[in-house]
Design a protein. Structure first.
Length: 394
């Protein structure tokens, strides 16, 4: 009886370990991922994220908004910026976008899993993924070795994670990578966070590289509400910077377009309002948060009886909000640049509120919103004061 019990225990342990792979298979897969990451050039892509919300398990998934960003992979790091802004210099995506958002899909997570020493792998054998042959592994990364951070409101925590990945049995290229958070602290009020990346070969500078063309992020809170993000990459191209650039410590100015001429003589009033007309049409069916927006000043701005901003000046910025909730569409525009002939003034350090021409907020009880070219809006700009109450001037 004792012999039978011992033999049963051995067989059970082997069954739990899964089928035994070729001892070199995992090493070759990790080597292939490392080679692909090393080969990646410094590049930028347009990232489009469709965000949706299911308020409770029985409810329908409702689309909230679409966000469009420029993402740069430079020296093994990810940087973000607004399309058309001329700079990609923000390492923290949450500084640009509120709500449910994620990053790390392009470099941080794959590097942590495949290039680190902390992940534990378990071979699951051959399988079929979307009709294609594949090989699957499961893995787990403990919290103490993890850089995976979840944040909810002002609360953040590093958590461990686990998941699976599938590779092509011939090329050993990644096909899919799944990541699920472990042991989420109760203070975050989150039940789960799951990230899925679908890999494909994307052309950059005429050469094919393996990248997560699409990704899906599902976050469920403690009340059962599910936030879903669906990401796609487009328009990838190689980033060419200064030849003397060192990537050991990436200077933000290396990714900033040449500065516009300074208007030292232009002294904007601390507070002013101006009527503008949209030069860029906005359509909730096709526009996205982050899309560039431009408008034209319709009337000269006066201060102490003198013209300080002439009619015809251009203000530029981006869509900051284009969200539908509870049957209402809310539109926010963020203008951060004022262009005159022959120069430029920075509005980014000012509070700039945009309303309808009759001061009403841009909130619409509609399923579909269109703001045509020429739509009249009111831009109210106020100089931000520092903690010691002195104005902050640029």
């Amino acid at each position: 009886m004792r012999l039978w019990l011992v033999l049963f225990a051995v067989l059970l342990a082997r069954a739990q370990q899964g089928p035994a792979p070729d001892l070199s298979l995992l090493s070759r897969i990790k080597g292939k991922v490392a080679e692909n990451l090393r080969r990646l050039p410094n590049y930028t892509c347009t990232q489009t994220i469709v965000r949706s919300l299911r308020r409770k398990p029985s409810a329908k998934l409702q689309r909230l908004d679409t966000v469009r960003l420029e993402i740069a992979y430079v020296g093994g790091k990810e940087l973000y910026g607004w399309p058309g802004s001329g700079k990609i210099d923000q390492s923290q995506i949450t500084k640009l976008v509120g709500g449910t958002i994620g990053n790390g899909d392009f470099a941080v997570l794959p590097s942590s899993i495949f290039l680190g020493e902390s992940a534990k792998f378990r071979y699951q054998g051959e399988s079929v993924l979307e009709g294609k042959p594949s090989v699957r592994f499961d893995y787990a990364v403990p919290r103490l070795a993890s850089g995976y951070q979840l944040q909810s409101g002002a609360t953040a925590a590093i958590v461990g994670y686990h998941g699976s990945f599938w590779v092509d049995p011939e090329s050993l290229d990644l096909m899919r990578l799944e990541v699920a958070a472990d042991d989420i602290p109760g203070g975050l009020k989150l039940a789960s966070a799951i990230d899925r990346m679908e890999y494909d070969h994307i052309s950059i500078g005429g050469t094919k590289f393996l990248l997560p063309r699409g990704a899906e992020l599902d976050i469920t809170d403690s009340l059962g509400s599910v936030s879903q993000n669906r990401m796609r990459l487009q328009s990838c191209h190689e980033f060419v910077g200064e030849s003397a650039l060192s990537f050991a410590d990436i200077p933000a100015e290396s990714f900033v377009a040449p500065s516009k001429p300074s208007l030292a003589k232009l002294d904007l009033p601390d507070d002013f309002s101006m009527e503008i007309g949209l030069d860029t049409a906005i359509d909730s069916a096709s526009s996205a948060v982050g899309d560039a927006v431009q408008a034209t000043l319709r009337q000269t701005v006066l201060a102490d009886g003198e013209a300080v901003i002439p009619k015809g000046a251009k203000v530029s910025g981006h869509i900051a909000r284009l969200e539908r909730r509870a049957g209402l569409f809310q539109v926010d525009l963020a203008f951060d640049s004022l262009d005159l002939k022959p120069g430029h003034a920075d509005l980014s350090q000012r509070e700039n509120d945009v309303t309808g021409s009759s001061l009403e907020p841009l909130i619409f009880r509609l399923d579909h919103v269109k703001l045509a070219r020429g739509t009249r809006l009111l831009l109210r700009s106020r100089l931000v004061k520092s903690e010691d109450h002195d104005p902050v001037r640029q």
